[in-house]
Design a protein around this ligand. Structure first.
Ligand code: MRU
Length: 346
């Protein structure tokens, strides 16, 4: 059972997918109904739907939609093509790639054709959604032990129900603490350039009735020492624990180390990449420089100014105190714990 205050940004029922358009939150609640995989890929690229587990689930449903549109003769090749397109929509979150492979697994069964293949793909997509919900609840239950009564949590980007089906990852732990009456307090980085912290995390906190303060990203060094923990999400975690997450995360990790504050990453098994040995192997998405040259759609830099806009950065494992996963907390040394996690569930 999900708490009533959480968003459900992705809904699928009887061949129809509905996405809450996160680009216009918190001002408006606009719902989009993509019809084909290319519409879902565009929604992922454009951040209508965002957050590593959420884009994986959306991509799965994109394949289910596509299967309905393709005729029997085109079905297998068309699904493979759609899978490649969806997997390319954003390069950093491994959840996207893993979701596409998982939902296309029925293609390996040559006895499935036409409607039986369509049903199998749809069933996979729906199962993936349910699995991610269960994982997010398990992360919340595992991580709540890290928060004492009245804990002050510093976070970045948005890691709530808007980012991961269920209750989210890092923010899901805060929700759990709130539900248990621990009265957590959150300090949220606004997360330039697209303000996921200001627009989305603050919205989720307000809806839940959790005390939160928004800070400019550049205020992090000033507040980290007053926090009990830094809690963030992840888009891809290498086998050695190096972690890609929203740009600015590495800065928080370095500050936390300097201030002696524990730094935890919360993520489901689907965010751990068995194929990636270390952070150097993680592709960092570069986004349009206009996102940095403007703010909330209005140009803030002078004409002629140029910008650099990496969407993520990699925090070396040495700055991380532990990982909160759906299978419990992984402490140092991370290698064996991550290997065990991937062996059981990966
Ligand atoms: O660019 P975004 O908004 O998709 O970035 C999202 C993040 O960086 C999240 O921290 C990450 O996906 C974990 S979400 C549960």
């Amino acid at each position: 059972m999900l708490p009533s205050f959480v968003f459900r940004p992705i809904r699928y029922s009887q061949g129809s997918l509905t996405l809450v358009d996160q680009r216009v939150l918190p001002g408006r609640i606009r719902r989009l109904r993509p019809a084909r995989a290319r519409d879902v890929a565009a929604a992922i690229r454009g951040l209508v739907v965002r957050g590593a587990p959420a884009i994986g689930v959306a991509a799965g449903y994109g394949l289910a939609l596509e299967a309905r549109q393709l005729d029997d003769r085109q079905l297998r090749a068309g699904l493979r093509r759609a899978g490649r397109m969806l997997a390319r929509a954003r390069p950093t979150a491994v959840n996207l790639h893993r979701a596409v492979s998982c939902v296309l697994e029925p293609l390996a069964d040559k006895t499935l054709t036409g409607d039986s293949l369509r049903r199998a793909v749809e069933a996979r997509a729906m199962a993936l959604d349910r699995e991610e919900v269960a994982r997010s609840l398990a992360i919340a239950a595992a991580g709540v032990v890290l928060l004492r009564d009245g804990a002050r949590v510093l976070t970045i980007c948005n890691t709530g129900a808007l980012a991961a089906p269920g209750v989210g990852t890092a923010l899901g732990i805060v929700f759990e603490a709130h539900l248990r009456g621990l009265q957590p307090r959150v300090c949220a980085c606004e997360t330039r350039p697209l303000l996921q912290g200001a627009r989305l995390t603050m919205l989720e906190l307000v809806r839940a009735g959790i005390r939160g303060r928004l800070i400019a990203d550049s205020a992090a060094a000033a507040v980290v020492g007053d926090c009990d923990i830094v809690l963030v999400g992840a888009d891809r975690i290498a086998r050695n624990g190096d972690t890609a997450n929203k740009v600015g995360t590495r800065m928080l990790a370095v500050l936390a180390r300097e201030a002696g504050v524990p730094f935890y990453v919360a993520a489901p098994v689907s965010t751990f990449d068995p194929g990636c040995a270390e952070g150097k192997g993680i592709v960092i998405e570069q986004r349009d420089e206009q996102e940095v040259l403007s703010c909330l759609g209005r140009r803030s830099a002078p004409p002629g100014a140029r910008a650099f806009n990496p969407a993520f950065d990699v925090t070396p494992a040495r700055f991380i105190s532990g990982f909160v996963t759906d299978r419990g907390i992984i402490s140092r040394p991370f290698g064996p714990g991550i290997r065990r996690l991937l062996a059981v569930t990966g």
